[in-house]
Design a protein around this ligand. Structure first.
Ligand code: CUO
Length: 660
């Protein structure tokens, strides 16, 4: 527990609002006995820049000024001599530094300091639950903690479908957009892959390509959900002068800023921004200019360098360069010329309700990676971003036999086994608990649990029959994808459309002995997802002690698609999908590296910590390029197989609350 360590903080920087965080920091020394750790009185570094952000303001990485302040604070945290000094500095900062910025910078520092790897900090959903749920929950929390002593409190139920009525068609996919696990994944992804910080932090293997791929997969998954719900694929936001049809009223309150997150009315048009308070002055025309330059780079297959030279985009690294150029990250080869297209798209939309700050309003949910995915416009913007990447991908020579074949390896079938029956997936609702006590603006005694409803699927097993006729043992990389079979009008999807809807479900390596091999792989072991208890790492989900959720530990491997969202919702009639598997030659795929260690189970979308991306092929292979094939059947090689399946949704809440 965390009660075995007490702190003695130098008087001049005492605080207790975030004591729990410092406690967690110190727990690595915990031995079970009560000990007092004196917080060292250190010579404080110069914090004047980070302290310029008022304590109760919103903090956004999309705001350049905030980024500079955060960059400075991360540097300071990273450069503290040892953990003791870091703890000491943190206890000083807690009361003074804006809590959103403090939490973000400390998280980045813990993730990147060699001596704090594996250290546990509370997950953002517990520290700032107000970014993830209906504020009524917090009012009820205050009531329930006043009335009931810790231990016999009922969990507070977070309503579903609370941001719009059924008159709004977009509401049909709110369960996806507003899923706590999905938003946590996105927040973690951007924490692991910051676009601006010290170069050694930003410069991770293929991070620009992963920016492209992870967000491409979000769009593919979102489109599948839309098709399951009778909606068309998401319309890209490509005309920056056109009104944005979709409104969004987030109904979130910021506990820190004591404000409601601003809404965006239907048919809002983005306008030139001039907000001196955020040091942002930019015209919509600038966004268009960057966009045109970006398209020009793809068209000429080269990036203009600041010195006037041109760097050709090569097949190996072109997508990675474009990812950094587009996001943009500090790895962009020419930020002065290509600007900051994707990030500023977020900013224009986030300030579209008050572009000149005349109403003194803060940014909308698009301005924060913890909340952006709640808004329908997020998907419209990223669908456009993805379309631009796809323009580049479309120019690449389609994969030939030498890249697609695996001579001697024949996949005779793939099928699915599970409680839903052969080749059937089953989904329904489930309720789970999340701990709130750390993130309330008052300090409750003991646990405050919130119960929320999310999609869930029955677990299943892939069964893949592989015949190895080569006469020797081989290693294969199994690449499992799923896609809808028909478009919004019920017409079969052409290969070019279907490949972009391919959702990665798993990727794993297996040995193949000569002759027949039956490969079984459990859905629980997906390389895309992390288990529930990792997404919501807290004591509410530990067996035996539901009431003592104050420690709220979290190891820093929170990046990963939430497992409960692995499979699209489907329909009550049974939504037809195609399951696809390819076995590729591991010798051509493998990266020689030691992958032992934590956080190595959601590599597809998150990579490996401190390692190379564990697959030499382009992300999304073999569907990242166009092909001559007219449909998926045309595309198949002997080392591939498909299976028609259905996803059957039952509109009921599964019995039993999820606790791990
Ligand atoms: Cu993840 Cu736009 O990059 O939100």
């Amino acid at each position: 527990g965390d009660d075995n360590v007490a702190f003695e903080v130098p008087d001049h920087y005492y605080s207790d609002k975030y004591k729990s965080l410092t406690n967690t920091l110190a727990n690595r020394f915990g031995s079970g006995e009560v000990r007092t750790i004196p917080v060292k009185n250190i010579a404080l570094p110069d914090l004047s820049l980070p302290l310029q952000l008022p304590y109760n303001d919103q903090f956004s990485l999309f705001v350049a000024k905030h980024r500079r302040m955060a960059g400075k604070l991360i540097d300071i945290f990273i450069n503290m001599r040892d953990v003791d000094d870091l703890i000491s500095l943190c206890s000083y900062c807690q009361m003074r530094v804006n809590p959103y910025m403090f939490n973000y910078c400390l998280s980045v520092a813990i993730l990147h300091r060699p001596d704090t790897k594996g250290l546990q900090v509370p997950p953002v959903v517990e520290t700032f639950p107000d970014k993830f749920m209906d504020p009524k929950v917090f009012r009820k929390a205050r009531e329930t903690t006043t009335v009931n002593a810790s231990g016999n409190r009922m969990p507070i139920t977070i309503p579903t479908n609370y941001t719009a009525s059924n008159s709004e068609p977009e509401q049909r996919v709110a369960y996806f957009r507003e899923d706590i696990g999905i938003n946590l994944h996105h927040w973690h992804w951007h924490l692991v892959y910051p676009f601006e910080a010290a170069r050694e932090i930003v410069k991770k293997d293929r991070r620009g390509e992963l920016f492209y791929y992870m967000h491409q997969q979000i769009i593919a998954r979102y489109n599948a959900e839309r098709l399951c719900n009778g909606l068309g694929r998401v319309t890209r936001y490509s005309d920056f002068r056109a009104p944005i049809g979709e409104g969004y009223f987030p109904k979130l309150d910021s506990q820190v800023a004591s404000r409601s997150w601003p809404p965006r009315f239907a048919n809002t048009v983005i306008r030139d921004i001039d907000r001196p308070v955020n040091e942002i002055k930019i015209d919509v025309f600038q966004l268009e200019t960057w966009r045109d330059r970006f398209l020009q780079a793809i068209d000429s297959n080269a990036i203009n360098m600041p010195n006037g030279r041109k760097v050709p985009l090569n097949e190996e690294t072109g997508i990675d360069e474009l990812g950094n150029l587009m996001e943009s990250s500090i790895l962009s080869l020419n930020r002065g010329y290509y600007g900051d297209l994707h990030n500023m798209g977020h900013v224009f939309i986030a300030y579209s309700h008050d572009p000149d700050h005349r109403h003194l309003e803060e940014y909308g949910v698009m301005g924060d990676s913890a909340t952006a995915m709640r808004d329908p416009v997020f998907y419209r913007w990223h669908a456009y971003i993805d379309d631009i990447f796809n323009l580049y991908k479309s120019k690449l020579t389609p994969y030939g036999d030498s890249q697609l074949d695996y001579p001697g390896i024949r996949v005779s079938s793939i099928s699915v086994e599970g409680p839903a029956g052969a080749n059937r997936f089953a989904t329904q609702w489930q309720q789970s608990l999340v701990e709130l006590s750390q993130g309330l603006d008052f300090t409750p005694r003991g646990s405050v649990l919130a119960k929320f409803t999310h999609l869930q699927h029955e677990e299943f097993t892939y069964v893949i029959e592989v015949n190895n006729t080569s006469g020797q043992s081989k290693m294969g990389t199994f690449r499992v994808f799923m896609a809808p079979k028909t478009d919004e009008r019920g017409q079969p999807l052409a290969f070019e459309d279907q490949r972009r809807l391919m959702i990665e479900l798993d990727k794993f390596t297996r040995g193949l002995k000569p002759g027949n091999n039956t490969i079984r792989q459990r859905s629980l072991d997906s390389s895309v997802t992390i288990p529930f208890e990792r997404t919501f790492r807290n004591q509410a989900n530990r067996p035996g002690d539901p009431g003592s959720a104050t420690a709220a530990e979290f190891d820093f491997c929170g990046c990963g698609w939430p497992h409960h969202m692995l499979i699209p919702k489907g329909t009550e009639q049974g939504y037809p999908v195609v399951l696809y598997v390819m076995v590729s030659d591991w010798n051509a795929d493998k990266i020689e590296q030691d992958t032992v260690g934590a956080c190595n189970d959601a590599a597809s979308y998150c990579g490996l910590r401190d390692r190379k991306y564990p697959d030499k092929r382009h992300m999304g292979f073999p569907f990242d390029r166009r092909s001559e094939a007219r449909n998926l059947t045309d595309f198949l090689k002997p080392n591939m197989a498909t299976r028609d399946c259905t996803i059957k949704f039952t509109d009921a809440i599964r019995e039993g609350t999820q606790r791990q």
